[in-house]
Design a protein around this ligand. Sequence first.
Ligand code: BGC
Length: 563
Amino acid sequence: MPGGGVVITGTTDTSRIEAPVTVKAYFICAFAAFGGIFFGYDTGWMGGVLAMPYFIRQYTGKPYPAAGDTVAKAAFHLPASDQSLTTSILSCGTFFGALIAGDLADAIGRRTTIIAGCGIFTIGCILEIASTGLGLMVPGRLIAGVGVGFISAIVILYMSEIAPKKVRGAVVSGYQFCITIGILLANCVVYATQNRDDTGSYRIPIGIQFLWAVILAIGLFILPESPRYYVKKGKLEKAAKALASVRGQPIDSDYIQDELAEIIANHEYEMQVIPQTTWIGSWANCFRGSIFKGVSNSRRTTVGILMQMMQQLTGINFIFYFGTVFFTSLGTISNPFLITLITTLVNVCSTPISFWAVERFGRRTLLIVGASGMVIMQFIVGIIGVTAGKEQGTKTNHAAVSAMVAFICFNISFFAATWGPCAWVVIGEIFPIPIRSRGVGISTSSNWFWNCIIAVITPYLVGTSPGDANLGAKVFFLWGSLCCLSLAFAYFFVPETKGLSLEQVDKMMEESNARHSAKWVPHSTFAHEMGLTKKGVSISGTNADIKAAVIQHEAETKNETDL
Ligand code: BGC
């Protein structure tokens, strides 16, 4: 668009508000999903490292227990408080990281925030690698956590903003797929290094993470910024360039102009509804309006927070964090790595189902089906656990235990194909542009907050020490009941956003409610409503010029009505 001065006018045709997409453009969108590897890998390696003999000896100063010395063997571990601290401190960092990143992504851009996240993560990694005691490991985990928080929130935001509407759900599900691969990789690396009698045992798994940081940072350095960020900043020429790049279309094509006009018009519309105020005021904007009104900001923020909370309360991380201990306690399986491998593999292999299902059936349907499936699977596990699977003296019912393991795997499959990806897809789509980055940040923080709560409380739920709840297989009744809540939440509160542009989602939430949202069809464009189809805006202009065009349109419309 040399020299600027081009006036774009937008379209009244609802089918033309997004440019067609080339294969190259699909790759651009898919690359960002790589950020999920951080998330998965970083949550995946700690459990294994905490159980490594070399690591335990170095941190506790205890000698390796002699073969056959069962007492020394039982005492050869890190104190529970240290284990809890090193595990949960990551969630603490990610919680704050996601919140800060929401703010930063509006100030310095989505891409730059993700690259900054990679930088912070690298500093945390260096401290973790250098550590020979908790003194450095804990701050390292905290700092790396802040980086993961940046990445986990803003990758979702970035992907949702650049992905074409037809495949946005599938592309964001790719992020979840990368999370699952990250968890699997972490488990494999930890397995390969666990018996080394040197610092390589824990330094290698930690060090491998540098690779993820370098790949993501370099990749994003090359990728374009989100055009919606530029529109928010009033940099329309840059927005046009970025949009042309992510759609793989010439910058002066009608398609790019129509799509850009729609994004600009929607932004203008939202700016009228959500006035920009001070820094505190803009945070308060996330909670404006009545929670009972489907379109209000407070409602959208609450749905984002609850969405991620319910995802964690499905109990999936009970299986990933404590599955090994639980399966071993059932008495028939002696190789903990095998169990971990099976559960993580089921998770990886089931996630791609969502690529297709999320666009075929929609987010809402998937969430409802997924929650129903998990309720059934978890109750079956609980029922077998308290009946046929119950310990009877020294005898173990092998068939019952195998059945429990099978149903737990089905449960993982349901999660991986539904709530795993959809929770991320939905939070990337439900917020209007003025509060989108903060909304996604707050929702992601909720994920990490509940992730931490689960990590801290579950050992007590299934623990057998005095004072522990010692629930055993009954814990699945708890998760099953919580999945009933997730089901109700999805049915009453989650709107269907499949196939709509982010701007159309905004309109749908205004005109429909969650239960009827799937039937809503776009009937007008923001460009038309805001008068851009008549007047247009100069993309070398500023936000003030756009405002002037919009105000003029409103005055004209009012005159026409008065006449
Ligand atoms: C969740 C994680 C979970 C992972 C399992 C993610 O969507 O947020 O807490 O460990 O899925 O695949």
